[in-house]
Design a binder for this molecule. Structure first.
Ligand SMILES: C[S@@+](CC[C@H](N)C(=O)[O-])C[C@H]1O[C@@H](n2cnc3c(N)ncnc32)[C@H](O)[C@@H]1O
Length: 253
C-alpha cells in the first residue's frame, strides 16, 4: 500500500462499490454536475498529453481519448482501480497507460504533460502540498492543472448537512485540518467502509497550490442549473450550498 494508507485502504475496500457506481452512471452529482463542469473547463484536448491524477477505474481517461487526447496517463494508489482501468473492454492501451502509484511521487518525467487533471482526488493526509509540486514538475511550462474537489468551505458530512447536531463537529475545525469520515451513500447504495477525507481551509489549500508555483486562472463552483432544478426538485433538497470547487491553474511564468 502506498502513501496515505488510511485513504488507500478505504478505497481498496470500496473499490467494487465505486466501479459499480461509476460504470452504472449512478451518481447524479457526477453525471449531471461535476462531469459536465469538468469537461467544459478542459475544453478542446486534441493532441494533448494528459495526466489523470487519481484516475480510479479510468472513465475520464477513456473519455479524454474519445476527445482526441494524444496520450493519457492514469495514476492511482489503489491497485484494484488500476487493474479495472487496464482491463476495461474499451481501454485504449495504445494511447493510455495506468500506473499504480502515489500522486506525490509520479512515475513521469519532468515537463512531460500538457494537462494534469485531479478529478475528485481526495486531499492527502501526509504532506498534502507535495502533490502540487509533483504536478508542477511534470507539467510543461505552457500546461494547465485542473482540480475538481469537494468545496473546502461548504462540504460537510451528510449527517452534518442534514442538521444532525451530534455530527456538527467538523465545520468547527475549519481553520485546522478537518477530517470527514463517512460511508458513501449513492443512489441508495452504501459503501462497505467509511472513506476518509481531509479538508484544509480555503486559504491553506490555495497556498499549497501557489507555493508549488501555480497561478489560479479560474474558479468555479459546479452546481445544478436553474433548468435542472425546475425539471427535478430533488436538487433543491440535495444541493443548497456549493459542494464542489473547480480550479484551473497555470504554471507561474
Ligand atoms: C473519489 S475517487 C475518484 C476517482 C476518479 N478520479 C473518478 O472521478 O472516478 C479518488 C481516487 O483517488 C485515489 N487516490 C487517493 N489518494 C491518492 C494518492 N495519494 N495518489 C494516487 N491516487 C490516490 C483513490 O484510490 C481513488 O481512486
Amino acid at each position: 500500500m502506498l502513501g496515505d494508507e488510511r485513504v488507500s485502504s478505504a478505497y481498496a475496500r470500496n473499490a467494487q462499490f465505486w466501479i459499480d457506481i461509476v460504470r452504472g452512471e449512478l451518481d447524479e452529482y457526477q453525471i449531471r454536475v461535476t462531469d459536465p463542469a469538468l469537461l467544459d473547463i478542459v475544453g478542446d484536448c486534441t493532441g494533448l498529453e494528459i495526466l489523470d491524477a487519481g484516475c480510479g477505474e479510468g472513465y475520464l481517461a477513456r473519455e479524454l481519448v474519445k476527445r482526441n487526447a494524444a496520450f493519457v496517463h492514469g495514476v492511482d494508489s489503489c491497485a484494484e482501480f488500476i487493474e479495472a482501468a487496464q482491463t476495461h473492454p474499451d481501454a485504449r492501451l495504445d494511447v493510455t497507460a495506468f500506473h499504480y502509484g502515489d500522486v506525490a511521487a509520479l512515475p513521469l518525467a519532468d515537463n512531460s504533460v500538457d494537462l494534469v487533471i485531479a478529478n475528485r482526488l481526495p486531499n492527502g493526509i501526509a504532506q498534502p502540498g507535495k502533490r502540487f509540486h509533483e504536478f508542477a514538475r511534470v507539467l510543461r511550462p505552457t500546461g494547465r492543472l485542473i482540480l475538481l474537489g469537494m468545496h473546502p468551505c461548504f462540504y460537510a458530512a451528510r449527517a452534518e448537512r442534514d442538521g444532525d447536531d451530534a455530527a456538527a463537529l467538523s465545520m468547527d475545525a475549519y481553520f485546522g485540518v478537518r477530517t470527514v469520515e463517512q460511508k458513501f451513500d449513492v443512489a441508495g447504495r452504501v459503501s462497505p467502509v467509511a472513506s476518509v477525507q481531509q479538508f484544509y481551509s480555503l486559504e491553506a489549500y490555495i497556498r499549497m497550490i501557489t507555493e508549488a508555483g501555480f497561478v489560479i486562472t479560474d474558479l468555479r463552483e459546479p452546481h445544478p442549473t436553474a433548468q435542472q432544478r425546475t425539471e427535478d426538485p430533488w436538487w433543491n433538497e440535495n444541493f443548497r450550498r456549493p459542494l464542489f470547487m473547480l480550479l484551473d491553474c497555470a504554471p507561474r511564468a
